[in-house]
Each structure stands twice: as C-alpha cells, then as structure tokens.
Unconditional design. Structure first.
Length: 302
C-alpha cells in the first residue's frame, strides 16, 4: 500500500531546527569525514532539501534523521551485545529512511555483514548515501524496497519456537528481494517512529509479521520508539484534523504478547518520554497545547 502524508505535513523548511548535540556532531563527522562545523551543517541542509522533495516527512523537516535515536534507547546496549556475541546476528532496520540508525549501530561495532535496511521507497536510502558520503561499496548494507502489508514481501506466520526453529542457514542478505526468507533467522528489528503511521489493526498486523521473522533464540529482540498515550487512543493535536493512533505501554505490550504466542514468551519493557520541540512539535502542529509523548519500547524473546 502507498502511504499518503497528511496535507498538514507540507510545511516549509526551517534551518533553525538543525541543532546537533555533541554526540550527533561526532557521529556525522565520523561518517561524512567533514570536520568543519559550518561545512557539515550546510551539507546536511542541502541533503535535507533534496530529500524533502521526495517525501515531506516531518522527521525530515525537523531533522529527526540527525538524532540517532536508536543509541538513546534503553535496549540499544542489548543490540550491541547481540552483535558481539551471536553468530550471524541478523539486524533489520525497518522503515530505515536515510539509514542513520543502522549506520550508528555499525559505527558502534555491529557487524556490517549482518545488517539489512528496508523501507517502502528506496529513494530516501539513496539520499542516505549522499548524506553520509558513502556508496553501496563503502557501506555495504543491503537495502530492499517493500511494503510491510504486501504478503509477497512480509507475510505473517506463526512465531517460531525452539522446537520449530529453522534448520537451514539464513540466506545471503544481498540476495533478498523480500523479508520472507528470513523467517526465524532475525536476531533484532528496529523501528524508529514507524508503527504510529498506521491504525490499530495495521499495527497489530506488523507485530504479527515481525514475530514470525524473529529467531526463537532467547535474547532476540524487536525494539523502537513511537507516539504514545497513557491510555491507548487517538492523539489529535489541538486545532488540527490530524490523528495518530497511539498505544499505551500496557496495550502495546499486549499486542506483542499476542503476536509472539501468548504469555511467557517475551519480556516487554517501555518508558514514556516527552518529545523535544514543544507541544507544536517544531511547528508541525501550530497552536497545539498537548505534549507529544512517545514510548521507547522493546520486546525480548525469553
């Protein structure tokens, strides 16, 4: 399915929202090899402008792609531990956009040949090569374009158990045209502000589909960040027609518990955080008075 952005997202760019902190600046200097602060910021602004022509995501306008959110999540050290200790720990960055998060994981030591990036469109990932000044040869993480609601790309199946675990080795990541051949082989999946693009039923569908990808080996994980409410329901910024279905920590935990085969199969952890940018979320919702809250969550196989 194609995703049509709300009209309210089509907002002019504003350079004042580019505010790199020390960790972000170090990350971009390490990846782009641009040491001068002014040159680095001008480079990011140029790529942002090109990317915004492709798709006017708020995360592009507000420089969300610079915030390396993956590294600020409580589950991130567990991801890096998988990368150090597990043989062929396949990691999927789902909804990867520019590929900032998978690059951060690789920079922090995750084995590059165990990583895979995927999104609905490949154009933003191509802009990622421009942003980070690399190529498919110098940053050899395979990318596959696909729709998570297309069963030819990702078909929900029953989650694997120790008894039903696949016995064949996983396919070469560079040979893939869909995620389906990875069923039961994936050590980790990351989703950065992806689930909340969809309604309640579609979020549950994605959870079921990812549960079927996950390896049954204890410690395998799905983690991410998304819009949230203390009680699940629709988040509607003041004075707008925009709505976002948001789970509470309790309701999202139940979604993944059901998807992964019922009680006792997973450990679910979540914390609520108020997003930067104030209630207007960097002027995405002018006049809004409700804080935009996200939950940083993880699902771990037991």
């Amino acid at each position: 399915m194609s995703y049509v952005p709300p009209r309210s997202w089509d907002t002019p760019l504003a350079s004042q929202y580019l505010q790199l902190d020390d960790e972000e600046r170090a990350f971009f200097k390490a990846t782009t090899k641009i040491d001068d602060d002014t040159e680095l910021e001008q480079h990011i602004l140029r790529v942002q402008a090109e990317a915004y022509k492709i798709f006017p995501y708020p995360c592009i306008r507000i420089f969300g792609f610079t915030r390396i959110r993956i590294a600020r999540l409580p589950a991130y050290p567990n991801l890096l531990k998988l990368g150090r200790e597990r043989k062929n720990p396949i990691f999927v960055d789902l909804g990867c956009a520019f590929g900032s998060d998978v690059r951060k994981a690789v920079l922090d030591g995750y084995p590059v040949d165990s990583c895979l990036a995927t999104d609905l469109r490949g154009s933003l990932y191509n802009e990622g090569h421009a942003l980070f000044r690399d190529t498919p040869e110098t940053f050899p993480v395979p990318f596959i374009e696909g729709d998570v609601f297309d069963p030819a790309f990702l078909e929900p199946r029953e989650p694997f158990t120790a008894e039903t675990a696949p016995t064949d080795p996983p396919p070469a990541l560079g040979s893939l045209t869909s995620l389906n051949p990875l069923r039961g082989h994936v050590s980790a999946v990351f989703m950065g502000k992806f689930l909340h693009l969809f309604d309640e039923a579609k979020q549950a569908h994605i959870a079921r589909a990812l549960a079927g990808l996950l390896s049954p080996v204890p410690g395998s994980m799905i983690f991410g960040v998304q819009g949230a409410l203390a009680e699940m329901g629709q988040f509607r910024p003041t004075g707008t027609e925009f709505t976002m279905f948001c789970h509470s920590p309790e309701s999202l935990g139940k979604v993944f518990e059901d998807a992964c085969g019922g009680p006792g199969r997973i450990k679910f952890e979540s914390r609520l955080t108020t997003e930067p940018g104030g209630p207007t979320y960097f002027d995405t919702w002018p006049g809004n008075t409700q804080p935009f809250v996200c939950q940083e969550w993880s699902v771990t196989r037991l």
